[in-house]
Ligand binder design. Structure first.
Ligand code: PLP
Length: 398
């Protein structure tokens, strides 16, 4: 029996695979340092947990409206207004099971078979697969080190066609941690207007930014940009709520309605308890979020300084999120334990085998001469892990 061709064309998430492998090794007693995680190592703040317990005790354990309980959609509107200068009505908000589902809903709501979506390289692993699941075609924009791998108008002009329907923007970026400035966003917004494109703006890491940088939502650039943008966000990263599974989007009422209709048949509403906890996360005190950001910044600074001091490695300096892309070009073609490192997959596999350090191969993000490390892990683990990486790189023979 032949199973779905579409499903068979989907690549499983390399990030989740490697993280799971490192977890399994740890469970078997191996002393693994994992730089794979895409999640904060902090627990969810207590006021949020308490709100969830209260929701259960109050009997808020039933189905809710598909697009989310009204107090949560109101809290999201308030957040959009205060943080981003964006004015949405609750009818323009759809709450979903993680930003991942918001993105899945987005592509299912806007794409017809063969529609092309411009995706910047390096990209977050799920964009291409979610676009393919919605019968669209990801078209990758190559950018380079000079522009910190952010796309320029020239890069975009090279790939746009009469089939282009949308463009994905991710700022702060996973995996590079780069942030688009207002001027860069204006160029993209003008480009989208010129070619009548929908902008899918993934702003998951908006709160995790350093060096006094400011996150700007492309939807706030102009009225036109607001109308053509679907803003994606969620609570996983900013509030250490990865396991609660909650994300949301702001869009035109027409698109929000289509997304709600799709979600009504797939998952219905997000877990009711999570939604009540999310109201507290957004409306309650934000001091824990600020503490986490301070801790991430300390770790980032340590990692940047240490990696820059390792021979044959260089980095893209991150301004946000909690990842660093390490350029391993000078290690490729070298040998360890009889194995030549041909690409980022070989580098990651041998690093795990020889030094028990898990990193994500850049291939997963479309940039094969890089590996991604996450600093969402303790400073002690970071110190030990970087020492092992240095040992590994120093051992490579040409
Ligand atoms: C750029 C980006 N967007 C979206 C998501 C999805 O997050 P979640 O589904 O946990 O809300 C992630 C998670 O890793 C991410 O890195």
């Amino acid at each position: 029996m032949e199973l779905s061709k579409k499903a068979q064309r989907i690549e499983p998430s390399v990030t989740l695979e490697i993280t799971a492998k490192a977890k399994e090794m740890k469970e078997n007693g191996v002393d693994v340092i994992s730089f794979g995680a895409g999640e904060p190592d902090f627990n969810t703040p207590k006021n949020i947990i308490d709100a969830a317990i209260k929701a259960m005790n109050d009997g808020n354990t039933k189905y809710t409206s598909v697009n989310g309980i009204l107090p949560l959609r109101e809290a999201i509107c308030k957040k959009f207004k205060e943080d981003n200068g964006l004015f949405y009505k609750p009818s323009q908000i759809v709450v979903s099971t993680g930003a991942k589902q918001s993105l899945a809903n987005t592509f299912l709501a806007i794409l017809n078979p063969g529609d092309e979506v411009i995706v910047p390289t390096p990209y977050w692993v799920s964009y291409p697969e979610l676009i393919k699941l919605a019968d669209g075609k990801p078209v990758f924009v190559k950018s380079d080190e000079k522009s910190d791998y952010k796309f320029t108008k020239e890069n975009l002009e090279n790939v746009v066609s009469d089939k282009t329907k949308a463009i994905v923007l991710n700022t702060p970026n996973n995996p590079t941690g780069t942030i688009y400035s207002a001027d860069e966003l204006k160029v993209i917004a003008n480009f989208a207007k010129e070619h009548d494109l929908i902008i899918v703006s993934d702003e998951m890491y908006e709160k995790l930014i350093y060096d006094g940088e400011k996150h700007i939502s492309i939807a706030s650039i102009s009225q036109d940009a607001y109308e053509r943008t679907i803003v994606i966000n969620g609570l996983s990263k900013s509030y250490a709520m990865t396991g609660w599974r909650i994300g949301y989007c702001g869009a035109s009422e027409k698109i929000a309605k289509l997304m709600t209709s799709i979600q009504s048949h797939v998952t219905s509403n997000v877990c009711s308890i999570t939604q009540y906890a999310a109201v507290e996360a957004l409306n309650g005190p934000q001091d824990k979020v600020n503490e986490m950001i301070g801790e991430f910044e300390k770790r980032r600074n340590y990692m940047v300084d240490t990696i820059e001091g390792i021979n044959n490695l260089s980095i893209i300096k991150p301004k946000g999120a909690f990842y660093i892309m390490i350029n391993i070009e000078k290690c490729l073609g070298k040998e360890i334990n009889g194995q030549i490192l041909n690409d980022s997959m070989d580098f990651s596999a041998m690093l795990l085998e020889c030094e028990k350090v898990a990193v994500i191969p850049g291939k997963a993000f479309g940039l094969d001469h890089y590996v991604r490390v996450s600093y969402a892990t303790s400073l002690d683990a970071i110190k030990e892990g970087l020492m092992r990486i240095k040992k590994f790189v120093d051992k490579l023979n040409s």
